[in-house]
Each structure stands twice: as C-alpha cells, then as structure tokens.
Ligand binder design. Structure first.
Ligand code: SF4
Length: 217
C-alpha cells in the first residue's frame, strides 16, 4: 500500500498538500458561511490578540508557511523572521521546561499588528474567530484556560474538520500529526530544514521546543 511518504517526498510536495487542504477548507467555508454572514465577528485587521496564543498546526502547513516566507520576503526580512521564530521557539522551550503552556508569545509572522503571510496562514488561524474582542485581550494576558473566547462555531468547524482529517492522514502514515507553529517554523527556516523534513518523514517527531499539546478550545 502506498503511504504518504511515497507521494510527498520533498518540502514542495508537503507544502502543496497543505495548500490543497487550505483551498478545500476555504471553498467549503465560503459556501457554508459566506463572508456577508460573518458580520457578528469581532475580528478585524489590527486586532492581533489571537496571534499571541499558541497555534497548533501540521508539519505540511508549517512547511507551506516557511516556503511562502522564502518566496515573499527579501533576504533581510527573511533573516529577521528566522530570528523571531528562533526567539519564539526558545520561549516555547522555556514553557515546556517549566511545565506550562506557551502563552502570550507573539507569533513570529506577526508584523505591525497583522499577519505577514495572511494568504498562507494555517487552517487553525483561518478558522479561529471571536465574537468578543475583550475576551481575546483577556485570554492573551491570562491564557485560554482562564478565559474562554466565544466563537462563531460554524466557521471554526469548517477548518477544524479539515485539520482533523489532515491530522488523521498523517497519523495513519505514522507521522507526527500536530505541532506548535512557532518552533516548527523555526526548524523549517533553519539551514538544516531539509534534514528536519527528512527526519520527520521517517517518523521522527519535531522534538525541539515542542511542549506537550493542550486540548484546543
Ligand atoms: S500565522 Fe498569521 S494569523 Fe496565524 S498566529 Fe501567526 S500572525 Fe497570526
């Protein structure tokens, strides 16, 4: 039987897998929850509280973002992003050492209160939304265990089900299904990114700075 490793051998292949999943979910979201029916959402450009929460994603989506960064940013901007990702990865590592959840750590892609790679953002970010910006602000400060954010669930569900399907496919192939975005991005922006991808395709986890997952809200 063909496994995922037979079809997806290179970073480009894995990025395409993520792009396909994202395109599928975007299409479903537009049909199920049209833009003009999302008026109750509190989300708007310049409101970036959620980008300080830990983002769980898949390795293909993190690779998709890393390749988009390489295509989008010039050398200096890419180097700055890699440094921010490394700093965020260290903060995640510290949280893991202290046995806590990584909270209030800015996503390395966040720039000027907006997503610097909006078109390539992962499923978790696409589906995340809020009906209450104040709750988001409080969750940023105190963590999502303390403050629950009211969500517009139809939109969240569209992206969550696609993410779950992708994770199940990766798990079935014996691959790590879920990782934190910031440390994964740091690994895939590093000089040994190809070796990291190969190791992951051989079933090794992205151990570096990956604290234990917490159930997502
Ligand atoms: S990828 Fe973009 S939308 Fe998602 S947390 Fe990072 S900056 Fe925010």
């Amino acid at each position: 039987m063909l496994g995922i490793q037979d079809s997806w051998k290179k970073p480009d292949d894995l990025a395409q897998l993520a792009a396909n999943a994202i395109a599928y979910a975007d299409q479903r979201a537009d049909v199920i929850v049209p833009e003009n029916r999302r008026t109750q959402l509190a989300c708007a450009r310049g409101c970036d509280h959620c980008c300080y929460l830990p983002v769980e994603t898949s390795v293909p989506e993190a690779i998709h973002l890393a390749l988009a960064a390489r295509d989008t940013f010039n050398k200096d901007a890419l180097a700055a992003l890699a440094l921010r990702a490394k700093a965020a990865a260290s903060a995640y590592g510290l949280a893991a050492t202290n046995g806590g959840a990584p909270e209030n750590i800015p996503c390395p892609i966040l720039e000027d209160e907006a997503c610097g790679l909006y078109g390539a953002r992962p499923l978790a970010c696409r589906g995340w939304n809020s009906l209450d910006a104040l709750a988001c602000e409080q969750a940023k400060e105190r963590g999502t265990r303390e403050v629950k954010i009211p969500l517009y669930t139809p939109l969240r569900a569209v992206y969550a089900t696609t993410g779950t399907a992708l994770a199940k496919g990766l798990s079935a192939a014996g691959l790590e299904a879920s990782v934190y975005l910031a440390p994964a991005l740091s690994a895939f922006l590093s000089d040994n990114a190809d070796a990291v991808v190969s190791a992951w395709l051989n079933g090794e986890p992205l151990a570096e700075n990956q604290p234990p997952r917490t159930p997502s809200s």
